[in-house]
Design a protein around this ligand. Sequence first.
Ligand SMILES: *Cc1c(COP(=O)(O)O)cnc(C)c1O
Ligand SMILES: [Zn+2]
Length: 413
Amino acid sequence: MKNVLGLRCVECFKEVPAAAGTYTCPSCGSKGGIMDVVYDYPEINRLTTREQVTNSRDYSMFRYLPFLPIYPESARPHLRVGWSPLYKPPGLGKSLGMSNLYIKDDGQNPTASLKDRASIIAVIKAVEEKAPTVACSSTGNAASSLAGSAAAMGLKSVIFVPSRAPQGKVAQLLIFGATVISVQGSYDDTFRLSAEAIEHYGWYNRNAAINPYLVEGKKTVALEIAEQLNWVVPDWVILSVGDGCTIAGVWKGFRDLYLAGWIDRLPKIAGVQSTGCSPLVDAFLEDRPWQPKAENTIADSIAVGVPRNPDKALNAVRESGGTMVAVADEAILEAMRVLGRTSGIFGEPAGVTGTAGLKVLLEKGVIGADETVVSIVTGNGLKDVQNAIKAVGEPLKVEPSLPELMVKLEGAN
Ligand SMILES: *Cc1c(COP(=O)(O)O)cnc(C)c1O
Ligand SMILES: [Zn+2]
């Protein structure tokens, strides 16, 4: 990989070569020592230019190949990941009183969440390293996306999910042929069991906080946002936070573009959690180290009481001059309704939590109504139909009779 200089520890800043099998810092050990991929920006600019990328007809995240930590000749699955639409929905803008609001709909990836951007890198690296089996623990979406990417690449997958994972996501896992292990416990229990099993069996590890390459896949959402806005950087990017890998990826993407000289400023990053599980928001607002919290939220993808990438996530928010906010589950359900009804966009609870947080930050005056804001919808609503019904209620039930229909329709108005 000519474009990669090495891996740098986020705790002790030691740099090591990006060798197969190196994931965490050899000095800090497996407890801490999450690594960051360090790029050779002049080399990236020798490999490609902003104009070449803008003219590329590869409508996937691989249009940014020189910014990714994979060998250009490595085998890639046929699935089309990335290049999701960036909308400017007028109804939503109007409902929030905003003139420059964009929605990046990442529910439109092959397995219907942003996680596909990371999982596809995981299976590419697994094949580079000749690993036949990939594994991860997940609140649901990393799992279904890894299973889909693995199936596309002809790899086996072993997936650990907490028992509360919504059925839509479990159905995806089984359809994609994964070995599914439903852990009767919290997400933290699930993560720990998967880590032990991965070590024991030697499977390829897709746990995003440990594997430094996955954030690099996630960062492509930021590269796309910049390009889709004609390389004019928005004032804010807002999204939901669980483990913290996605928000770290968004920040890494903008920083890479900035350091390569492709954009001339950086956005502020806002991270949103549910008040039912907000360890990182609390740590940020109270300016103290994070503490574990219970996982009491309908937004299962961000019900993460023990975040696995807290430092990278908090750094992203702080370095960008951004902020964090927690919203109640009721506000998340409202955001599902508003996005659907004003704009035809259907997000799962964690998918719309960023938009729910945007409303609060507008009301508080932290974000101005005339600022340019991109809210990322991180996952599709069909994954979790039960909570969608909770947000909107049941349909009108009528006998096949026009008079009865007329009575019910008038009653509804
Ligand atoms: C995983 C996930 C998130 C949060 O990403 P983290 O890296 O855990 O912070 C948000 N939304 C959806 C839909 C997800 O699947
Ligand atoms: Zn270290």
